[in-house]
Design a protein around this ligand. Structure first.
Ligand SMILES: [Zn+2]
Ligand SMILES: [Zn+2]
Length: 161
């Protein structure tokens, strides 16, 4: 079974507007926040706002998190700094690495080896998850039937494309 949290289109969409402006925006934004796992062994700092964020309802995200959906935020890899520890990565499909805390099991990260410039973190691992709200839903075809999310975000039955 393929890991369908993300695909090429999803990760490349924001690059046209965001990649070139990275150096200029650093420091001008003052968006510096921290997060980490449940036990505190892993701590990270983000130095920019994520360029995108989404809800994913796919079965891989459900199984890896133990929750019925996962909320993700997307960064360029250099915008994520590890303060303590680092996630251990599980190879959930050929190209996908899902990172978690070896001690407490907290789901921390997602990356696709085909797109080494990007790094995705769970919004729920932020010390203040209110800071980031997802912009769209993907894999809503797999959304649990009893869940009603009353937002106006775009909804995609599979990947966004
Ligand atoms: Zn997913
Ligand atoms: Zn932990």
């Amino acid at each position: 079974m393929s890991d369908n949290h993300t695909n090429t289109e999803e990760k490349e969409t924001p690059s046209s507007q965001d990649v070139t402006g990275s150096e200029q925006s650093r420091g001008s934004d003052d968006f510096i926040h921290q997060g980490g796992c449940l036990c505190g062994a892993i701590r990270y700092q983000i130095t920019h706002r994520p360029f995108d964020a989404d809800y994913c309802h796919c079965s891989q995200c459900q199984k890896s998190s133990g929750a019925v959906f996962q909320a993700w935020m997307d960064f360029k890899v250099e915008q994520v700094e590890w303060i303590a520890g680092k996630p251990v990565e599980f190879t959930s499909s050929e190209h996908v690495r899902r990172g978690f805390c070896q001690q407490c099991g907290c789901t921390i990260s997602f990356r696709d080896t085909r797109h080494p410039g990007y790094y995705t973190l769970t919004i729920g691992s932020l010390d203040n998850p209110n800071l980031i709200h997802p912009n769209y839903h993907i894999h809503t075809a797999n959304q649990v039937s009893w869940l009603n999310i009353l937002d106006t975000c775009e909804r995609y039955p599979l990947d966004r494309s």
